[in-house]
Design a protein around this ligand. Structure first.
Ligand code: SF4
Length: 484
């Protein structure tokens, strides 16, 4: 691998590096064909546009000229500065806000602004704000004290003021120097041990295949960054080592770090054995499947949500009129999407769901994971359902995720719906889709409604995705029964 000292470091690369050192390296040297499109960056960009749009005032302009004219909001400044020795760092300052101070342009100065998604301010936000702060200080010849971070909470834009400290600047310079070291290296930094980050990364497919070829412990479901370190400490370096370890020995060693580690030693070994041999291992004889086996038919339920505003916008159901042992004709499956356009129309949504559930009173409700029952029972409670009604619904839920975890150890990196469905050979009709993409479609569709555009294709895509989530849940349930 050739490494190029002249590779540009910019705010985009720094963001990547803060998320994962390897990601920054791959952004420069990785084979772009192995990069997947993910909806996350578009969601982030749209969120940023919404937040910035909210700040926009009558007096705004573009570039340094707008600063000279003292506009309240300035967009689109791009700069290059030698923030570290011998290397120009490129900065993209998407928006600046006028504040008090004494800049070269007059009795005012500019402060950096950024938009954040997610629940809290992270290191990434602080460092990017600090970088933008250093850029603006340099051109206005005045040290700005605070930056602004905008975020959306239930459709309202909130503004947080962040003090720009010397400590943040020192951390930024150290990070830039370390980033420079990483991109000058011929080999990529290791795969992050916090594999949760990988779920939204566009390099995940490439890194997953490298990690699984090399047998990294972080590939094993149940092993996060901390547990991987503990296992390394006791001499277990890869999946093969773990698969060969005796349970009592591992338990004894892990117990020293806390019984929570020792207690799952058997599970970890079985998981490693399953993954290294690519073999499903049955854990227990299935005792709790009677409700599923004997039901005359089934309802399968799946929700799509917008987590930023805590809004479940789609409640999807499919109904199977026959016992699960009978052949299922996927083409004939009846899918009912119940849309929840606004949070304040939940009363009518609850009525529609309740009608559906009552109409098929005898059928259990299959779902994958805990989200669906929690959301549905909460909705019922808010809409005045009696404890007796809610209890009756509660008894009908069957969590297929829990059943899989109870009875099977499978050769998968995690036990999410996608991974298990893939293991049993189910494929989504639309490729490379996930919850984030459905959310993006939803937000685009909502916006188009406001603008009176026709975006029905997006809504159909969401329905097809949600229908497939329901079918995947059903097929996993059927797989469970077929293994009896
Ligand atoms: S997939 Fe994971 S390890 Fe690979 S670059 Fe992305 S975050 Fe880093």
């Amino acid at each position: 691998m050739k490494c190029n000292k002249s590779k540009t470091i910019n705010d985009h690369l720094l963001r990547s590096w803060i998320r994962c050192r390897r990601k920054a390296w791959l952004e420069i040297y990785g084979d772009k064909q192995k990069k997947l499109w993910t909806a996350h960056s578009t969601l982030q960009l749209n969120h940023q546009i919404d937040c910035f749009h909210n700040l926009a005032q009558k007096s705004y302009g573009i570039g340094i000229q707008a600063c000279k004219e003292g506009k309240n909001i300035v967009y689109g400044i791009r700069l290059k500065l030698p923030l570290i020795k011998h290397r120009l760092i490129k900065g993209n300052l998407p928006i600046l806000k006028k504040t008090s101070g004494e800049s070269i342009w007059g009795s005012f100065s500019y402060q950096p602004v950024l938009a954040r998604q997610g629940k809290k301010i992270t290191r990434e936000h602080r460092l990017i704000l600090s970088m933008t702060g250093l850029f603006i200080n340099n051109i206005q010849k005045y040290q700005v004290q605070k930056g602004l971070i905008l975020h959306k909470e239930s459709e309202i834009i909130k503004v947080e003021k962040i003090r720009l400290t010397d400590k943040m600047n020192t951390e930024l310079i150290e990070s830039l120097l370390n980033l420079e070291k990483d991109i000058e290296s011929k080999t990529p930094p290791p795969i992050t041990s916090n594999r949760k980050k990988c779920t939204i990364c566009s390099w995940r497919s490439h890194c997953n295949s490298v990690a699984s070829k090399k047998g990294y412990l972080s590939e094993v479901s149940g092993i996060g960054a901390k547990r991987e370190l503990l296992l390394n400490k006791i001499g277990i370096k890869n999946i093969e080592d773990l698969a060969k370890t005796k349970h009592y020995k591992l338990k004894g060693k892990l117990d020293k770090f806390g019984t929570q580690h020792g207690d799952i030693s058997k599970q970890l070994i079985l998981q490693a054995q399953s993954q290294s041999k690519d073999k499903a291992i049955k854990l227990n004889p299935a005792k709790n499947l009677n409700n599923l086996k004997e039901a005359k038919g089934l309802l399968i339920y799946d929700i799509e949500s917008d987590p930023d505003i805590k809004h479940d916008f789609l409640h999807g159901f499919i109904r199977i009129p026959n016992n699960i042992h009978k052949e299922i004709n996927l083409k004939k499956i009846k899918y009912s999407p119940l849309l929840n356009l606004k949070k304040d129309t939940e009363n009518s949504l609850w009525k529609r769901i309740n009608r559906k559930l009552n109409h098929h009173k005898d059928l259990p409700i299959l779902h994958y994971g805990e989200t669906e029952p929690i959301s549905l029972l909460k909705l019922g409670l808010q809409q005045g359902a009696s404890p007796h009604e809610l209890d009756a619904i509660k008894k009908r839920f069957i969590d297929i995720h829990l059943l899989i975890r109870e009875y099977w150890c499978l050769p998968v990196r995690n036990y999410g719906l996608k991974a298990i469905a893939e293991f049993i050979g189910f494929e989504w009709e639309q490729s490379n889709t996930d919850g984030a993409r459905a959310l993006l479609w939803w937000r685009q569709w909502k916006k188009s409604r406001k603008l009176n555009h026709v975006y029905s294709k997006n809504l159909n895509s969401i329905f097809r995705y949600n229908r497939d989530d329901c079918i995947a849940t059903l097929m996993i349930a059927k797989w469970l029964i077929d293994q009896e």
